[in-house]
Design a protein around this ligand. Structure first.
Ligand code: TXA
Ligand code: MG
Length: 320
């Protein structure tokens, strides 16, 4: 049976023994294994039914340790790490040998990031190894933002969940690839493009590379269909068409809701606060699906700031 708790030393012991340990971060819960142990990393892919071409992020306690798992540490890397770590930013950099090839799907690069919760950083310090972790959900499904979400989907496959409470940001990290000083955003996430450009004006969006998804081998995990709550999703819904209201539709609301809606609803943010909406997104999708609706209609979400990442996830959820 999986244990859930705050016992850092128990989590460390299990990771050292090559077991899987889920842990909280500020973005979503991760499903962790010792990144230097190929057998342990293989268990991650197996537990999630994740295709092995999709590389994992190495989680480390601080910038110094991050430099140890990389072969190169550019000035751009230093600027971004300094500005956003600990926090929801992943840097893709040339990897050191220590990180096993399976963790990076054979790529010569590794994603690396320093998560924010104190307990998780204590765990990473004591583990004294990079911890490879994808989001702790079954492949293609909605990411977990509480320990209970992890237990629900993966409880049978893991030894321990290090519980840091509900995730503060609620959306995965922004992934930035660094090639020398050149920086490109591969996945929108918890740090907005504007925030990145403020400290690194030369950074580019991956929007061009992202067109057509599967042709973007740069970020193999960015599959078009992902984040599925298990029911169809319709985006940018402003009016419920006549007759449809009798279907069991769930509404994912953002901002003011008109009085005519009487069906199941989850409010992302009544005041239209995008940060609040991001933190509620995955839990709301899960709970609407659990109420037995046949479709989830989502009100329009402004495509600015962290709204870009929210819309990215909803777009993929709608395609799955
Ligand atoms: O916030 C997050 O990033 C969470 C928490 C647990 O840290 N993790 C997460 O992992 O979202 P995952 O595996 O669900 O997504 C990782 C993304 C994928 O799109 C993957 O393709 C990309 O990062 N990625 C990882 N390593 C990469 C590499 N070496 N080159 C290009 N993309 C990489
Ligand atoms: Mg994921």
């Amino acid at each position: 049976m999986v244990e859930v708790g705050h016992d850092v030393m128990r989590a460390v012991q299990l990771i050292r023994d090559g077991e899987l340990v889920a842990f909280g971060t500020e973005t979503v819960y991760g499903l962790g294994a010792d990144a230097t142990n190929a057998r342990a990393v293989a268990k991650v892919f197996e537990a999630k039914s994740r295709p092995s071409f999709d590389p994992l992020i190495s989680h480390v306690a601080d910038t110094n340790t991050a430099q140890r798992v990389c072969r190169e540490w550019s000035a751009s890397a230093a600027v971004l790490a300094d500005a956003f770590w600990p926090g929801p930013l992943t840097l893709v950099v040339p990897k050191a040998l220590e990180v096993v090839d399976l963790a990076t799907s054979g790529l010569p690069t590794t994603g690396v990031r320093v998560p924010r919760p104190e307990l998780t950083r204590e765990f990473l310090v004591a583990a004294n190894c990079p911890v490879a972790a994808p989001s702790a959900n079954l492949f293609g499904m909605v990411s977990p933002t509480t320990a209970a979400h992890v237990v629900e989907q993966l409880g049978h496959a893991i030894a321990y969940v290090l519980d840091t409470g509900p995730c503060e940001v609620g959306l995965e990290s922004t992934v930035v690839r660094l090639t020398g000083e050149d920086a490109v955003v591969l996945r929108p996430g918890g740090v907005t493009f504007e925030e990145l450009a403020d400290v690194l004006p030369t950074i580019r969006t991956g929007a061009d590379a992202d067109r057509g998804e599967m042709q973007a081998p740069d970020s193999p995990g960015q599959l078009p269909n992902h984040y599925s709550p298990g029911v169809p999703i319709r985006r940018n819904v402003t009016i419920i068409a006549a007759g449809e209201a009798t279907l069991p539709i769930g509404l994912l609301a953002f901002g003011e809701l008109n009085d005519e809606w009487h069906g199941p609803v989850e409010q992302l943010s009544a005041t239209g606060d995008l940060l609040e909406a991001a933190s509620n997104l995955f839990a709301s999708l899960r709970s609407l699906a659990a109420r037995g609706v046949e479709r989830i209609d989502v009100m329009p979400i402004p495509d600015v700031g962290i709204g870009v990442a929210i819309n990215d996830r909803l777009k993929r959820a709608a395609q799955s």
